[in-house]
Design a protein around this ligand. Sequence first.
Ligand SMILES: [Mn+2]
Length: 480
Amino acid sequence: MDNYEKFISYVNDIVDKFKNLENLKEEPIKLISHRDADGICSAAIASAAFKREDLKFSISTVKQLTKKKLEELKTEDYKVYFFTDLGSGSIHFMKEILKDKTIFILDHHIIDKDILKENSDNIFVINPHLFDIDGSVEVSGSGVTYIFFKNLNEKNIDLAHLALIGALGDIQSNDCNGNDEDKFSYLNQRILEDAVSMKKIKVERGLRMFGAQTRAIHRLLEYSTDPFIPGITGSEENATHLLNELGIPVKNSDNKFRRLCDLSEEEIKKLTTAIILKRMGSEKNPDDVLGDIYTLVDESEDSVTRNAKEFATLLNACSKMGKPSLGIGVCLNDTVSKEKANLLLLDYKREIIKALNWFYSKRKTEMVQEGEGYVLINAEDNLRDTMIGTLTSMVTKSNLYPTGTIIMTVGHTLEGCLKASIRGIDTKKDLRKLVESISDKLPLKDAEFGGHGEAAGCILSLEQEKDFLSTAIQVLKEAK
Ligand SMILES: [Mn+2]
């Protein structure tokens, strides 16, 4: 048996354990999922599957599974808990806090294998890393959730498309990772085949731009944050100017604004070339504006949810704007949720542009410290806390700073904490270690760290703001 076969047969065993639970039909199940696009898809898959089996359940989503959160869960009256797209890092706490509960973890995050060596017969963990399958690229949390529930009931194959949207939300298609092969890896690829066989998804190659069916073309370019177009993203004027230069009319003969899907093949070619040229020199893969486009065939032509990546962005917007349950509704094809989520998406895009404009206006002030090899953005409470990471990654793509520059944004959260987010422009540094080294120097009290080598962050008490900022500058200077 290879690792994949071992993994699938292990999933079968755990599914059997689930099926054989006592009082399964009577006892409600508690589902806790990650509050991001992948987590929302996981929750949607699980809830559709539970409904199909006639099981009672309730859902909540969390940004982070803290010890405090587990202690709250302990007091709830459930016997069976599902954790989807999270949980692998909290097993040591679960062993202690939730020892009277039956727990299923369906996750793809890094896991400490040793933690499972000591027997814990109430915790069942499905995680590809346990079988040396790389969960960061090969399968998402919603993919693992899908594999579990498809094993429970074959009919759940009609949920495969949600697992792909989750994978796209976690940036698991290779064109996002900058690999040459513009395909999903093995497990995701198999899930894609399921979705295609169910006629839920169609795969085509094209210019991957957000809002091809819905946006006026100059707005589409202005609002294009992924792919980022240096000089164009964030500027309606420059976007319009570019189109004029290329001889692409912004309006139709009937004076209506044109959308990307209204352009001729010739015009799309011209535009694609121009975008690639603009991206040269600043982007690792200037031509990754081209890619496989995953179309959800059941969605209407002019809908954001027709494109799987846009669908994922819509879910992201729901979670970042604090409305994850709307996202679950969208996945389950609820019309009202879809309408509301679409409005929320516009707010979200506006919020991103607002954050970017705030940053531009604060350059050359003490809020944006530009040193050699680093930029420290101190937003205080000028940004929505969920925009701190988004702004940081926008700035790394902005073409403003040279390769190797480290960008850190610090701001206040709604809960009254300090949040820091760190990214690099093609830097070889381990950014997670870099953030942790700030703590080593101080130390930080009750700080929580997240992320990995390329994108990391931490949340800490606002009391330590001053210390954190001065030490962060020191660490950033030394990192050079
Ligand atoms: Mn995930």
